[in-house]
Design a protein around this ligand. Sequence first.
Ligand code: UD1
Length: 422
Amino acid sequence: MDKILVCGGKRLQGEVVVSGSKNSALPVLVSSLLTAEQCAYQGIPDLMDIRTTLKLLSSLGVRVEREQDSRGLGDLTIRADHVTKLEASYDLVKTMRASFLVLGPLLSRFGEARVSTPGGCAIGTRPVNLHLKGLTEMGANIDLVHGYVVAKATKLHGAKIYLDLPSVGATENLMMAATLVKGMTVIENAAKEPEVEELATVLNKMGAQIHGAGSDVVKIEGVDALHGVRHRVIPDRIEAGTFMVAAALTHGDIVVRGARADHLEAFLLKLKEAGVTISIEEGRVRVKGEGRVKGVDVTTLPYPGFPTDLQAQMMVLMAVADGVSVVTETIFENRFMHAQELIRMGADVRLEGNRAIIRGLESLSGAEIMATDLRASVSLVLAGLVAKGNTEISRIYHLDRGYEHIERKLSALGANIQRIKG
Ligand code: UD1
């Protein structure tokens, strides 16, 4: 297995280009199941999770082709005109929970689907009850058989659905299913994340009638059929935020090209509060770290609150801040696994339930550490950038699920980082 070796202490500077958003690309690729016409997507990031999604779509009989001249995955065309299988296997769903998103589109277009339940994952139990509750309210018959959700519907219909939590995945799954059913579906307490809004934009380009995406009430008037689409994926706000933390941590100066400041408001306000200089320009954000940051308290919340996917990175920044800070995680129950590894690097972190109390220190010290999940792994890379000496991070397959060419991008900014092939 590959490892990443970081030798800390370099100041990062220069320009980095943000890749296409993983969390936007995943549901958008899946939405191609809703039409027999060709869909073309640009800016698809070359990541393990994207490859898993393409493998899943191919296993259903969907044709996936890379457009000519496309570097990496980049530009793809997808055509779901001969779907031969209506099943997502355990193998695919267990490696990537977003595979569960095929349930809504398959059920809505073909009247049945068999999708493995995702099970728990490192950061928590992560159930899918809200996805299932919504589909049941739309008229689906759902059984759990041998670890699979078996869903059938002779005819789905519009419904009024209240989500107990504003789940991103449930909102996306139900929104996709509702595009092709008879009547109006209303999702109340919907997730407002930019990726949800973007999915609605793509579906509307395909002929869907969705209103209110990006607010907490989404209304979908079902239509008879959807058509093909051409769409460029939005920039990855979490990757952008990660480079911004890297600038602040290393007292560097990084221009993050493609970053959408409007998707990162809570996060940017927290960086400013911590004393980081932010300049928002057309199509880019410049972040300058002028000396040690101040400790600030952070609570993760559904969008537009502070994103849970930037919590681990922010904790690293707080570990070397001046003062004490409290990081509270309210979205996932077990998302502090990076804390144990940071403690091995000398950080002063105390965990109390869903709160981490961090006393900032002047520096961390390099160590052999282990990645545990996607965002935790990038936070350990960040910690390596400011640690004294060498940091060796194992189990970095988590990193490859969500960060495109991370070591190349950081090296180009001046980091001393390399991948050791295992
Ligand atoms: C998405 C993102 C992930 C991000 C998360 C929260 C993708 C591919 N992934 O994940 O990076 O961290 O949003 O912003 O876009 N829940 C239930 N029942 C359900 C569904 C969810 O209880 O049926 C709970 C979850 O356990 C969790 C919370 O709701 O505690 C939020 O989960 P959700 O918004 O669904 O996250 P994902 O869509 O899985």
